[in-house]
Design a protein around this ligand. Structure first.
Ligand SMILES: CC(C)(COP(=O)(O)OP(=O)(O)OC[C@H]1O[C@@H](n2cnc3c(N)ncnc32)[C@H](O)[C@@H]1OP(=O)(O)O)[C@@H](O)C(=O)NCCC(=O)NCCS
Length: 346
């Protein structure tokens, strides 16, 4: 991550005089939270944090959330934030702009502030969605995070839900303190190739339900078949992440998950597991999971670009499957289980 490049990019911008940039702390936490949530909603219709304004205010008060805003003609037009993470990193995110040329400035200001005040790694959940049903595409954020901030991808999956009629979008987990892998799948394959998948499968325990399910190996968990039935995994309309440390005792479980046609290798966790081995990330989507199409547009090395696109496309084609009698994903119409017909215009 090159501070000077970001500084130069910021200085080269010509910001309209009618734009007023509000630094963190210029507004009260309550006003900051309202402006941020309104802006996120104006772009996404529904955003995970919209329902939790109290928490947003507390996070601002406690300094975990540091927010930049921009106003034009007394209306808020853009926002971007730094969000302290439970580990040792800081996220750049919650960025939206409905006025071209402003969002990028706020993201640059936030990242420069981070680089001047902290030595912690920077992370981002970079959107991959193509423009779809009124929600803008992710070309700008991909360019900013991968080409300009030089963040390095380590996992891809349909983690979060947006939209009036909610559907998941794929995101790329990226960070500043890892080297740029040649491809995500390649590194996962290197980690598991030549290993024995024999033995008893570890048990599974659900450790998170929202905004996506997280299921881990645990002695307190259930056998894989019982877990699948109890949680109706085949039809479950959500996304489930399986972070499994690649230790010998877990290889039978990893083998079982890999054999499931609805499970996709989606990357590596940025931390090693308790035994010091890599944690492999596998993702599962149910037949009823709605997933928006993705388009990798950043200027990433070609192998990495293709790999990210392939992983995201696998998820998109595995989701939306109960619709196959009618649906022509991504361009046509489709019908959901309740009989509602969706079209690109609806
Ligand atoms: C991401 C977002 C906040 C950026 O704000 P913006 O006002 O559109 O961005 P800017 O016009 O300031 O452009 C920022 C950079 O992106 C580039 N960019 C803008 N639109 C682009 C496009 N369609 N394709 C490629 N690059 C693009 C600009 O050239 C600029 O590059 P530079 O910094 O190298 O000069 C805004 O596009 C947005 O709200 N997107 C939808 C929501 C989203 O994806 N948010 C990110 C989640 S963290």
């Amino acid at each position: 991550m090159n501070k000077e490049n970001i500084q130069r990019s910021l200085e080269s911008r010509k910001i309209d005089h009618s734009i007023n940039i509000l630094e963190p702390g210029e507004l009260s936490p309550k006003h900051t939270a309202s402006a941020m949530i309104d802006l996120l909603q104006s772009v996404y219709s529904k955003h995970a944090i919209s329902n939790n304004k109290k928490q947003v205010i507390t996070d601002i008060e406690d300094g975990r959330l540091v927010t930049w805003l921009a106003k034009k003609d007394d209306k808020f037009v853009a926002t971007a934030s730094l969000i302290a993470q439970a580990g040792d990193s800081v996220e750049i995110g919650r960025a939206v702009s409905n006025t071209k040329g402003v969002g990028g400035v706020l993201m640059d200001l936030a990242v420069l502030h981070h680089l001047h005040t902290s030595s912690k790694p920077l992370i981002a959940e970079v959107r991959l969605a193509d423009e779809f049903k009124g929600i803008p595409g992710s070309e700008a954020t991909q360019h900013i995070c991968f080409d300009k901030f030089e963040l390095n991808p380590h996992a891809v999956a349909p983690f979060f839900e947006h939209g009036n009629r909610p559907r998941r979008e794929s995101f790329v987990l990226s960070r500043s303190d890892i080297k740029r892998l040649s491809s995500i799948s390649g590194v996962v394959h290197e980690t598991i190739s030549g290993r024995s998948f024999g033995g008893n499968e570890s048990r599974l325990l659900m450790t998170q339900k929202e905004p996506f399910q997280v299921v881990q190996d645990s002695n307190d968990g259930m056998q894989i078949e019982d877990f699948w039935k109890k949680n109706n995994m085949l039809n479950n309309p959500t996304f489930t992440l399986f972070p499994i440390e690649a230790i010998d005792q877990n290889m039978a479980l990893i083998g079982q998950l890999l054999q499931n046609p609805r499970c996709v290798i989606c990357g590596l966790d940025s931390n090693l597991g308790k035994s010091g081995k890599p944690i492999i990330l596998l993702g599962h989507v149910g037949l009823d999971t709605k997933i928006a199409p993705s388009k990798v547009s950043a200027n990433l090395p070609i192998l990495m670009k293709r790999d990210i696109q392939t992983i995201a496309d696998k998820f998109t084609s595995l989701g939306n499957q109960n619709l196959d009698r009618f649906g022509e994903w991504p361009n046509g119409s489709w019908i959901d289980r309740k009989g509602v017909i969706w079209t690109d215009q609806s």
